[in-house]
Design a protein. Structure first.
Length: 236
């Protein structure tokens, strides 16, 4: 059995985009796992892995092998469980790494201010002081001010960062081709971040990315769709 250390906020919601990448990868491989919830301030739970961030996995079927970082976990899963490969070739792996890193460095920086106050509101009460202090230091302003300003000016920029995916998805159903692969899981992790945390619709109806998102929610028996989307006006 694999244990997945997964970020948890109030109401047992699981927003981490990186953990969602790992969940999609595990589903792709047909592997079962048990989730260990980790709050923002519960870093002692993952200290055994030499990590301060999730995801972390511990694979008890392979000598309690511990792996941190979603990309390294995906690579490990293909090595330890070669059936149903995430990367069918070196070229496929290179493209997956590109999408993974593009999402981290281009999409997330634009998206984060759009949802940051929602994350704070939905964080567990015992984690909120830590989250506010660390994220306001990063942003240089109050969380609520950052989110308000971003929603007034940066929604078009967020949609614009998705243009490479939009162009590809206008021609094929998934980033990886006819069927989903790790490039899809890398970006869909981000969409699950928004789905779990933010009640705001950030994509236009008719957007190929939105249609792709719906297809991704249906994968693996609709396991991601079973996560109820955020509701209300938290942090707005």
């Amino acid at each position: 059995m694999i244990e997945l250390y997964d970020l948890v906020v109030s109401d047992d919601r699981r927003p981490s985009p990186f953990c969602w990448r790992t969940k999609f990868a595990l589903k792709h491989k047909g592997l079962d796992w048990r989730e260990v919830p980790v709050g923002f301030t519960e870093k002692q739970k993952i200290a055994f892995a030499g990590s301060t961030t999730v995801p972390v996995i511990c694979d008890h079927a392979h000598g309690d092998k511990t792996v941190k970082d979603s990309w390294d976990i995906a690579v490990y899963l293909d090595e330890a469980y070669p059936d149903r490969p995430l990367f069918k070739s070196g070229q496929a792996r290179a493209f997956a790494r590109f999408v993974n890193d593009w999402t981290d460095t281009a999409v997330h920086p634009v998206l984060f201010p759009l949802v940051v106050a929602d994350i704070y509101t939905r964080a567990r009460p015992e984690d909120r002081d830590y989250f506010r202090e660390t994220r306001e230091k990063r942003l240089g302003m109050k969380l609520e001010d950052a989110q308000r300003a971003a929603r007034e000016t940066r929604v078009p920029a967020y949609r614009g960062t998705l243009e490479p995916a939009r162009r590809l998805l206008a021609e094929q159903p998934f980033l990886a081709g006819k069927t989903p692969g790790y490039p899809d899981y890398a970006l869909m992790g981000t969409m699950m971040w928004v789905r779990v945390i933010c009640p705001l619709q950030l994509l236009d109806a008719g957007d190929p990315v939105l249609a792709w998102q719906e297809r991704m929610l249906d994968q693996f028996g609709g396991f991601a769709r079973k996560v109820a989307p955020a509701s209300g006006a938290a942090g707005s």
